[in-house]
Write a protein that binds this ligand. Structure first.
Ligand code: MN
Length: 130
């Protein structure tokens, strides 16, 4: 079965684009509009990978990551930060917070799926050949 990817993003067009590209590549997607909703969906579905914005209402990406890591069923799920931060040092701040990877926004459709696949074990990778 294809991998399930939870996308947590408060900017609707970005959320829609990420889910569209993932679905087209053969992934199953779950969409959440903020960290609280993301945590609820993670608990309910235990996805294979989580893509997470940093700046979000109610629960930001750092708080969501902390909540995931504190849960014994969810702590091993790779969590990739997807954020518009682009100042020198932002990448290090995100990675030192414990995220497994970092993608900068805006999402580039031509390279996005390859970047996601690089975060997954081979048998869970999409890529358009389901
Ligand atoms: Mn945001």
């Amino acid at each position: 079965m294809s991998a399930s990817v939870l996308v947590v993003e408060d900017h609707p067009p970005s959320l829609e684009l990420a889910c569209y590209l993932l679905t087209a590549a053969g992934y199953r997607t779950l969409a959440a509009a903020d960290g609280q909703q993301g945590l609820a969906l993670a608990l309910a579905h235990v996805p294979d990978l989580i893509l997470c914005d940093i700046q979000m209402p109610r629960m930001d990406g750092y708080a969501l990551l902390a909540a995931l890591r504190a849960n014994s069923e969810l702590c091993a799920i790779p969590v990739i930060a997807v954020t518009a931060y682009s100042m020198p040092g932002d990448r290090n701040r995100v990675l030192s917070a414990g995220f497994d990877g970092y993608l900068s926004k805006p999402i580039v459709p031509e390279t996005f799926i390859a970047q996601i696949g690089a975060q997954l074990p081979a048998h869970l990778r999409g890529g358009g050949n389901p």
